[in-house]
Ligand binder design. Structure first.
Ligand code: 8IG
Length: 277
């Protein structure tokens, strides 16, 4: 089984950027596409978007590329896809997110982003399924991420690496997205460790400190993307209202269902945003 293979990112002396460069070289080799221009990580509900972006040139199991492992979450595809965009550029679609709660460390969490940068991508599109704190958001609503609060108490940066995170989620790209869909709302994403959902008290805390969206991904990836010099845009699909905001218990089945129902609309949104980049 591919997953049983040892991962160089788990060894303390490994340079994670060297592994990312090796992974990018393998992707170029396996896809026949020398350089990718934009990369997208597709979270819960966003999977269908890839089909609408352009023509798939190649699709490879992520586990075949160094540093990656197959996705642990039902509803997440474990593949890397190279897609030819209508403008002649290429998109790398990452359907294999490693979550922080899997416990493999931050290097593994951000490996896909570092690899995307090493393939040449200048723009990183991060998407996720998440809980909403704003009561006006119904399940199936896509929202722009305007900023984040990282509650993992961890960082992809190692040592004395000081990186500015002002305008982390590019105002230019958010404006561009609103040009595609003027009704897009935005909010501050709060990354919790998970994998449990929040208690209602934790949701109230997230709200009190300025959060609007609760999730278990994206913030650490965005930091790594900024370190790599990429321009970042983030979208959350609100699949549920956060615990205590919605009156019924949260379930993963509900999340998958909301994602399925929103699939066509958010796929179209994402395709139009990528086209406009
Ligand atoms: I989908 O309500 C999804 N992911 N932390 N809270 C957190 N993550 C989520 C939620 C949620 N919904």
């Amino acid at each position: 089984m591919a997953e049983a293979r040892s991962n160089p990112l788990d060894l303390p002396d490994t340079d994670p950027f060297e592994v990312a460069r090796d992974a990018a070289a393998q992707i170029a080799d396996l896809t026949g596409v020398a350089r990718h221009d934009v990369a997208l990580t597709l979270g819960s509900g966003w999977g269908r978007a890839a089909d609408l972006l352009g023509e798939t040139v190649a699709e490879i199991p992520a586990a075949e590329v160094v540093g990656f492992s197959a996705s642990a979450v039902p509803g997440h595809a474990g593949t890397l896809r190279s897609i030819a965009l209508p403008n002649g550029e290429h998109a790398l679609v990452i359907g294999a997110r490693t979550h922080y709660y899997e416990g493999h460390g931050v290097r593994r969490v951000v490996h896909s982003v570092r690899t995307a940068a090493a393939t040449g991508a200048r723009v990183m599109v991060l998407t996720n399924g998440a809980g909403g704190i704003k009561e006006t958001w119904t399940p199936g609503t896509p929202v722009l991420i305007s900023d984040h609060i990282n509650l993992t108490a961890d960082s992809p940066l190692e040592g004395a690496t000081f990186i500015d995170l002002t305008d982390l989620y590019s105002a230019r790209l958010r404006d561009l997205a609103r040009g595609v869909d003027a009704s897009l709302d935005e909010g501050v994403y709060v990354q919790f460790r998970g994998p449990h959902y929040e208690t209602p008290a934790e949701v109230q805390m997230a709200k009190a400190i300025g959060g609007h969206i609760v999730g278990m991904s994206t913030a650490l990836e965005a930091i790594a993307a900024r370190q790599a010099g990429m321009e970042i845009i983030g979208f959350s699909l609100i699949t549920n209202l956060a615990a205590g905001i919605q009156k019924t218990p949260l379930s993963h089945a509900e999340v998958i269902e909301a994602g399925k129902n929103a699939e066509a609309a958010i796929g179209d949104l994402l395709a139009r945003v990528v086209t406009a980049l």
